[in-house]
Ligand binder design. Structure first.
Ligand SMILES: Cc1cc2nc3c(=O)[nH]c(=O)nc-3n(C[C@H](O)[C@H](O)[C@H](O)COP(=O)(O)O)c2cc1C
Length: 346
């Protein structure tokens, strides 16, 4: 089994939904794009798909500076995430709702969650779990998988009503989760409201209430401007994820990497900064870290890995990320993550 085999298998199972192209670039020509007009959003980006495409294009604006003369070394890719040592600064994003990529006939929600959480753990890193209208306090597949992994995971809850989010956070504490959070950019989720589960914009006081309701670190995901980053910080959040939700929540946003330098410029040192959207290889990871992210998340590639070969597929994909990151670090003369800076970009 190798990554090519995993992806070939995923290509068969995701026929008509995702082409499992060499580059998952969100180009308007891809079969996943344009699927949301008047219909449920499947695997592409919202509306014209520009936000999804911009995530990918943002990485193409930077080059890596090769620096190969000097002492030989093996790079140390390990990363400390809230006191837990990960093999690399890459985690599986909080993707939920297998209905977006073919439904239960492709992979069940339960198996998808297990693949992401246990496969990431097998590679020495961590899987995050999301939230969808099929999830409830009684039936939360993501938290079940995290409990099976002895709490090795993060649970992100949609911006539902406060009481329900707090109940999810309590359940996450019982499962032993490392952290919890909410994707504040899910406040216009069509899928949730179409199933009579209201979602809301959150005020700073709402965030404070959520953050003080739990003893776990709370992550605010879906930050695309300095103002929101500052409010999340003032509310007491432990981390932010700079993200436009893989281009799935608002048409015509910049790429998440486009806004990272400004946010990192204002917030670095005050709060943990993570990023997702368009990260496909270790080379991309290095660019994101050079621009100020501490770690990154990967979304669609983890879906393809899980659909292709379950737990083993996710493990293989994460190992590919590790190998490419280690290669990129060696070639740019970065011995460990703290040596990565914007000086390696050209
Ligand atoms: C099918 C699908 C479902 C998603 N569901 C969620 C979710 O439930 N919660 C959440 O915070 N983000 C969700 N996301 C967004 C991802 O967490 C992440 O931000 C995004 O996929 C990163 O971009 P990438 O796919 O280019 O790696 C979803 C993304 C996809 C593609």
């Amino acid at each position: 089994m190798n990554l090519e085999v995993v992806r070939a298998e995923a290509r068969k199972k995701l026929m008509g939904i995702c082409g499992v192209y060499k580059d998952c670039d969100g180009s308007p020509m891809r079969i996943c794009q344009g699927q949301s007009y008047g219909k449920y959003l499947k695997f592409g980006g919202i509306g014209s798909g520009t936000s999804f495409h911009n995530n990918f294009l943002a990485f193409r604006k930077y080059g890596l500076k090769m620096k190969v003369i000097g002492e030989h070394f093996e790079p140390d890719t390990t990363y400390d995430f809230f006191g837990n040592k990960l093999s690399l600064p890459v985690m599986a994003a909080s993707v939920a709702g297998v209905n977006s990529f073919g439904g239960e006939s492709v992979i069940s929600e339960k198996e998808f969650c297990r693949s992401v959480v246990l496969g990431s753990k097998a590679a020495g890193t961590m899987g995050w779990r999301g939230d969808s209208y099929v999830y409830s306090i009684e039936n939360s597949f993501g938290l079940d998988a995290i409990a099976e992994a002895d709490g090795w995971g993060v649970k992100i809850v949609k911006p539902r009503d406060q009481e329900t989010i707090i109940k999810f956070f309590k359940k996450a504490e019982h499962a032993g989760c490392i952290a919890v959070g909410t994707d504040v950019d899910g406040c216009e989720s069509f899928a949730m409201s179409a199933h009579d589960i209201p979602v809301f914009r959150k005020k700073i006081d709402d965030l404070k209430e959520l953050i003080t309701s739990t003893n776990l670190p709370v992550i605010i995901k879906g930050i695309m401007c300095v103002e929101d980053a500052e409010l999340a910080y003032q509310a007491g959040a432990a981390a932010i994820v700079v993200s436009n939700h893989g281009g799935r929540v608002l048409d015509h946003t910049p790429g998440s990497l486009d806004v990272l330098p400004e946010i990192a410029g204002q917030m670095k040192g005050k709060i943990k900064i993570l990023l997702d959207g368009g990260v496909r290889t270790g080379y991309d990871v290095l660019i994101a870290l050079a621009l100020g992210a501490e770690a990154v998340l990967i979304g669609r590639d983890i879906v393809r890995a899980a659909v292709g070969a379950g737990i083993e597929g996710v493990r293989i994909h994460m190992e590919y990320m590790l190998k490419t990151l280690a290669k990129a670090m060696k070639m740019t003369n970065c011995k460990n993550l703290s040596e990565i800076s914007s000086a390696i970009l050209v």
